[in-house]
Design a protein around this ligand. Structure first.
Ligand code: MMA
Ligand code: CA
Length: 186
């Protein structure tokens, strides 16, 4: 028996979560950072601070994630650094106010605040918890990155009783030890 089997699929790097065909990173175990440092951390990993193109993406982030208890403020990519009161996403997604989720009375630019966070302040009523606040960009927050998926490919080259498996940059030589293994391969 000999031949080559190949397969590829969209995938996220380890530590990132797949949702809505994008990869998402939550800085749960990382130190809190300024908005600029967080954005550059995301860029080093081929992403940007998170943008929300749809209400579904926006609510998924809040409902399924942001688990770290001692971190209550999370940077997202929205900012008005260039032009006061003109909000833009750092990844170039057009800002759609219909997808925004500001806390009441925000954004207020209270202390030269040009960067946007999701703020878990146990606000009441609960609908106002985990909403958005503009904050001074130097504040130290957790952060959420978003990037496109990568392609992960897998190939197996089979020759007689041996096969090379190439997956996630690791290579394995498999040896057929019984007739049963052949049924597994097919
Ligand atoms: C206030 C309020 C917010 C502002 C933060 C900064 C406690 O809330 O004015 O709009 O962003 O302070 O920490
Ligand atoms: Ca504010």
């Amino acid at each position: 028996m000999s031949g080559v089997l190949m397969s590829s699929q969209a995938d996220c790097p380890s530590g990132w979560v797949l949702n809505d065909n994008k990869c998402w990173f939550f800085s749960d175990l990382q130190p809190a950072l300024s908005w600029t440092a967080a954005e550059s951390m995301c860029q080093q990993n081929n992403g940007h601070l998170a943008s929300f193109a749809t209400v579904e993406e926006r609510d998924w982030v809040v409902d399924k994630n942001l688990k770290r208890k001692d971190l209550t403020r999370w940077w997202i990519g929205l900012n008005d650094i260039q032009v006061e009161e003109t909000f833009v996403w750092s990844d170039g997604t057009p800002y759609d106010p219909a997808v925004s989720n500001w806390k009441p009375l925000e954004p207020n630019n209270a202390y030269l605040e040009n960067c946007v966070e999701i703020w878990i302040d146990n606000d009441f009523p609960p609908v106002n918890d985990k909403q958005w606040n503009d904050r001074n960009c130097d504040g130290l927050n957790g952060y959420i990155c978003k990037r496109d998926t990568g392609t992960q490919s897998c190939s197996m080259t089979i020759f007689r009783h041996y096969a090379w498996l190439d997956w996630r940059n690791s290579f394995r030589l498999l040896q057929q030890t019984s007739v049963r293994d052949v049924i597994g391969v097919v």
